[in-house]
Design a protein. Structure first.
Length: 124
């Protein structure tokens, strides 16, 4: 499983759905659709209509991947922190039942308010 306590792993920027979509498509259940995706150097995060899927690309070749599925139904609370003048990263904190806090850090180029709205739509 991905170490979500190490925020440096996730400096996420806007992702390419055409590239990322086919990689997670085999994991989706009937009726589930990809809503948004964000990527770091090799790792990426996908928001679907049912859950958040975090993908940790491992190994030298990058063929080994860890897919962590985090259902919206297990989110107990969440927090959005926008980027500032000196702190250029935005953050999304999610508290999951049985897992604890998951922090995702986004580059300032991401619309963190839209990400918060997406989470709120599926949690509240």
């Amino acid at each position: 499983m991905i170490d979500f306590t190490n925020g440096a792993v996730f400096k996420l920027g806007p992702g390419n759905a055409d590239k990322i979509g086919p990689l997670v498509a085999p994991l989706l259940i009937p009726g589930e659709e990809l809503l948004s995706c964000f990527e770091a150097m090799r790792d990426f995060v996908v928001f679907t209509s049912k859950r958040l899927i975090a993908v940790d690309v491992q190994g030298f070749s990058g063929k080994k991947r860890d897919f962590t599925s985090l259902p919206y139904s297990k989110i107990q609370a969440f927090s959005v922190e926008t980027a500032g003048s000196f702190d250029l990263d935005a953050e999304l904190d999610l508290w999951f039942s049985g897992l604890g806090k998951v922090r995702l850090e986004f580059k300032s180029s991401c619309d963190i308010r839209a990400v918060g709205q997406l989470v709120a739509t599926h949690v509240l």
